[in-house]
Design a protein around this ligand. Structure first.
Ligand code: SF4
Ligand code: SF4
Length: 443
């Protein structure tokens, strides 16, 4: 048992913390973003094309996952939309509600025990599974880097931020699929050992997993941590379990550490047994303004407003809507943006975050909890600068946007919000210059 020194203690709260997973019916249209410099060249469809569920819309490349349609219907447009990360190119598909699957959606053709690791990796490579559990490499990159180096598969079952229940609901209600996904990943890397890293307070999650793995010719190990936020992040989890600090510039897989989050493991199982590429994910809808807080399995590309309607709508007009957890979530006013792979939760709270007029009292708490050992106050000042130098940029990119600093500030200075404003100023400029290049209009 262990933990790491920084971060903050949290509690598991929320009305849907013990709820199962409900499948949300498909929506009238889906918007599937594909932001990448050569996006137009990678497109496999155009406005007017008929598509089936699971059909490839945009080819993948070294840095981007392929994009598949999450409904059957017709492509109504290909163009710029707003997403959680700002403007992006996207394919919009109008649903015909026929639920017709594309013929390419086929399960893996062999029993797992007779398949070679390379065959499994090749099969999963074409399923568009991105890292559904947070920042990090896509599944394909993780597997290709870890192949031949990893000695075990680590399943990261930690979910330390309040109001997030996706991981817990999968571990309790889809234990067979999570155990199956872990076995598939072990076979894909040719290893026989699986470690499940779990929270000491959630021992119930281990019971059903243990039962599912009995007699499977595998060594399954359960490691319990006294978890605190943000220990669910890959590097923090590795530090607690392996006592190794991995710099942000090094992928853990290069050092032979192959860890996967529960949402990703579940997607692997779905892909393997049904052939389904990544076209859906589990999203928690929570908060004191949501009438029926729930964990929903939703098609990618569905507008956020549809998820809220599915949960009975708002009981009262929310003061703020966060995408993600209460510490790291991003306030979002546009509820027409689509669900993308990175969206784990929508939280609606009555209380508004008000800009404080108070000044920093120099207590140093924000720096004490920062898992990256940064000085959040200095980073938070950068958004006011017109030009941000190379050193500051590096510090900005080291920030994992965990929000620990804002959460502990006694005078409620919105440090994370300001740090993000600095980061967004950069990405907006980057996007504009890429778009100009695409349009042949370099400045
Ligand atoms: S500066 Fe960034 S990494 Fe550090 S606590 Fe704040 S949000 Fe987290
Ligand atoms: S926690 Fe708040 S008051 Fe304390 S040093 Fe950080 S910004 Fe200043």
């Amino acid at each position: 048992m262990g933990s790491f020194k920084r971060g903050i203690e949290t509690e598991y709260v929320g009305a849907a913390k013990n709820a199962g997973i409900e499948k949300m019916p498909a929506t009238g249209y889906v918007v599937l973003p594909f932001d990448r410099p050569n996006g137009q060249e990678s497109l496999c469809v155009a406005a007017g094309s008929r598509v089936k569920k699971g059909e490839l819309l945009v080819r993948g490349d070294l840095l981007h996952e392929p994009v598949f349609s999450s409904v059957s219907g017709s492509v109504v447009s290909v163009g710029e939309v707003m997403t959680l990360r700002g403007k992006a190119q996207a394919v919009t598909v109008e649903n015909d509600f026929k639920e017709e699957w594309h013929p390419s959606v086929q399960p893996f053709s062999k029993p797992l025990l007779r398949a070679a690791p390379e065959e499994i990796r090749e099969f999963l490579k074409n399923k568009g599974i991105e890292n559904l559990d947070g920042e990090g490499l896509s599944l394909e990159r993780k597997l290709s880097l870890a192949a031949g180096k990893a000695k075990e598969v680590i399943v990261n079952c930690l979910e330390c931020e309040p109001y997030l229940h996706g991981v817990h609901s999968l571990l309790i209600h889809e234990a067979a699929a999570v155990a199956g996904g872990a076995r598939i990943l072990a076979a894909a890397l040719g290893v026989k050992r699986i470690s499940f890293v779990m929270d000491l307070k959630r021992r119930d999650e281990a019971v059903s997993l243990r039962n599912q793995l009995k007699g499977k010719n595998l060594s399954a190990r359960f490691r319990f941590l006294s978890a605190k936020y943000p220990q669910q992040e890959e590097r923090q989890m590795i530090l607690a379990v392996k006592h190794r600090e991995i710099p942000l510039s090094v992928a853990p897989e290069r050092l032979g550490i192959a860890s996967f989050g529960v949402h990703t493991v579940y997607a692997v199982y779905q892909a393997f047994v049904t052939g389904m590429p990544q076209v859906e994910r589990v999203v928690t809808v929570e908060g004191d303004c949501v009438l029926q807080p729930s964990n929903l399995r939703v098609p990618l590309g569905a507008p956020l407003s549809e998820l809220i309607s599915r949960c009975g709508g708002f009981s009262t007009s929310p003061g703020r809507v966060l995408i993600g957890g209460p510490f790291s979530g991003k306030e979002e006013k546009n509820l027409q943006i689509p669900v993308t792979g990175e969206i784990k939760a929508i939280l609606a709270f009555a209380e508004k975050e008000t800009e404080t007029a108070a000044s920093c009292v120099r207590c140093g708490r924000c720096a004490l909890v920062c898992p990256q050992r940064l000085t959040p106050t200095s980073l938070a000042r950068l958004y006011r600068k017109n030009k941000i130098g190379g050193r500051d940029r590096r510090f900005l990119s080291d920030c994992r946007e965990c929000g620990c600093c804002s959460a502990v500030c006694p005078v409620k200075i919105p440090l994370l919000k300001r740090i993000r404003a600095g980061k967004e100023a950069f990405s907006e400029k980057k996007y504009e210059s890429e778009r100009e290049k695409r349009n042949g209009n370099p400045t």
